[in-house]
Design a protein around this ligand. Structure first.
Ligand code: PRP
Length: 191
């Protein structure tokens, strides 16, 4: 385990097994269709690569990069598109693939955006669901794991752009992102 981590929360083996299960459910759902899988960079890059390789239905892949800004609250913030999809989503079955849903702000805005652009359906697939932090009324259609309010890194998730390449999901040592004397404020894995 990396020296900056406190403990491994989800092992490589558990991740592999669960992604295969979730991909089977997605396969069932999209039988006879050709969904457009959209990777929301950067956090979901690793999950996306593993998830789409487990699908057997034909798929197209696309990439998007967004960031949120505004007052910092889920309801009044704005989503900034840094890189948009190449494909026209009109009439398509879109699968948004995210590493984590926290307040739910990013995914509510993205879902609304794809709907507005005429997507036939929008399905949300996430690796991690931090349900306890939800501020928007949104749930993923498919989720691999639910996690608590801990600072998790690895398998795509970062702290200050580091640790994304760890093959497992781990809890970061408190001393790495603070002096350990203060309780965790805000959303450790998002804004
Ligand atoms: C993370 C994650 C989601 C968002 C979830 O992205 O990938 O996009 O935060 O948080 P929310 O549910 O509160 O909106 P981040 O901005 O950390 O960028 P990254 O994917 O490049 O690490």
């Amino acid at each position: 385990m990396h020296k900056d981590c406190e403990r491994i929360l989800i092992s490589e083996k558990e991740i592999r097994k669960r992604i295969a299960e979730v991909a089977r459910s997605a396969d069932e759902k999209f039988k006879g269709k050709c969904p457009l899988c959209v990777c929301i960079l950067k956090g979901s890059a690793i999950f996306f690569a593993d998830f789409v390789r487990r699908l057997t239905v034909p798929v197209e892949l696309d990439f998007m990069s967004v960031s949120s800004y505004g007052s910092g609250t889920a309801s009044s913030g704005k989503l900034k598109i840094k890189k948009d999809t190449d494909a026209d989503v009109g009439g398509r079955d879109v699968i948004i693939v995210e590493d984590i849903i926290d307040s739910g702000f990013t995914l509510s805005k993205l879902k609304a955006l794809f709907k507005e652009r005429g997507a036939r359906s929008v399905t949300i697939v996430v690796l991690l669901d931090k349900k306890c932090r939800r501020e928007c009324d949104i749930s993923p259609d498919l989720s691999c794991f639910e996690v608590g309010d801990e600072f998790v890194v690895g398998y795509g998730l970062d702290y200050d752009e580091r640790y994304r390449n760890l093959p497992y999901i781990a809890v970061l040592k408190r001393g790495i992102y603070g002096d350990g004397s203060q309780p965790l404020k805000g959303t450790p894995n998002s804004k």
